[in-house]
Design a protein around this ligand. Sequence first.
Ligand SMILES: C[S@@+](CC[C@H](N)C(=O)[O-])C[C@H]1O[C@@H](n2cnc3c(N)ncnc32)[C@H](O)[C@@H]1O
Length: 261
Amino acid sequence: MGHDHLIELLDLDAEVLHEYFRDVIGWVGREAAERPHVVDLGAGSGTGSLALARELPDSTITAVDLSPEMLAHLRGRADAAGLGDRIRTVEADLDQPWPDLGPVEVIWAAASMHHMADPATAVASAFGALRPGGLLVIAELDSFPHFLTGTADEEMERLGHAEAAKRRHEAGLHMHENWGERMRQAGFTSVTERHFDIDLRPPLPAATIRYAQASLSRMRHGLEERLSARDLAALEQVVAGLATRADLSVRTGRTVWLARR
Ligand SMILES: C[S@@+](CC[C@H](N)C(=O)[O-])C[C@H]1O[C@@H](n2cnc3c(N)ncnc32)[C@H](O)[C@@H]1O
């Protein structure tokens, strides 16, 4: 399962969880300097970059990612939204010494810090890249979205999530870091931590079904070597049945840390 599926999933994440994104970006906007240069670390399909450009109309954005496919998609979305002249893209591996990004007032890292090889080095690099008074915002997932309730399918979904969490842990992803502590250790001050418990109940917009399909089929794909043939087939059935369900909900948790250099 390649970039196209992840791009679709990230775009749907932004669409379905738009209230959460609006809330967080509003918070950043209130704390940020005027006319900020914002760096979106691990920008992916552009959720953060586009929302930041819209909500902070006097900002300029640099979207950094390892993946040229992600950056090409982001560029297309930015141009289509008429924001292309305020968003530039930089292809870089953030596990290597960071490129010179110019003076930076805000660093936004959503669901990307857990990918970094060494969390302490990544936070220290962010400290080094920011101007004094600049903000580092790290948003991470406490839990991946759950969609099903009150049926046998919910049990299957839970089993899949538990196995996927083990897989991420074994792959060395830093899913449950204390980023606030990392920020303090790197020299940041005024570290604030906010939890967002997202619980969207039906009736939900049509994109919710596509979001559930994209999330659960990506999860199932990642478990091919790990679940029994029976469990894989059961999970596949769950995914196939999503299209006609009117009872989906979206339950997920996010934590956001905001700190000042
Ligand atoms: C889960 S996606 C999150 C994308 C986006 N921030 C969002 O909130 O939708 C993680 C992104 O981090 C990027 N990434 C992972 N490791 C990276 C690295 N070492 N350097 C730069 N980008 C990286 C991936 O290519 C991917 O686009």
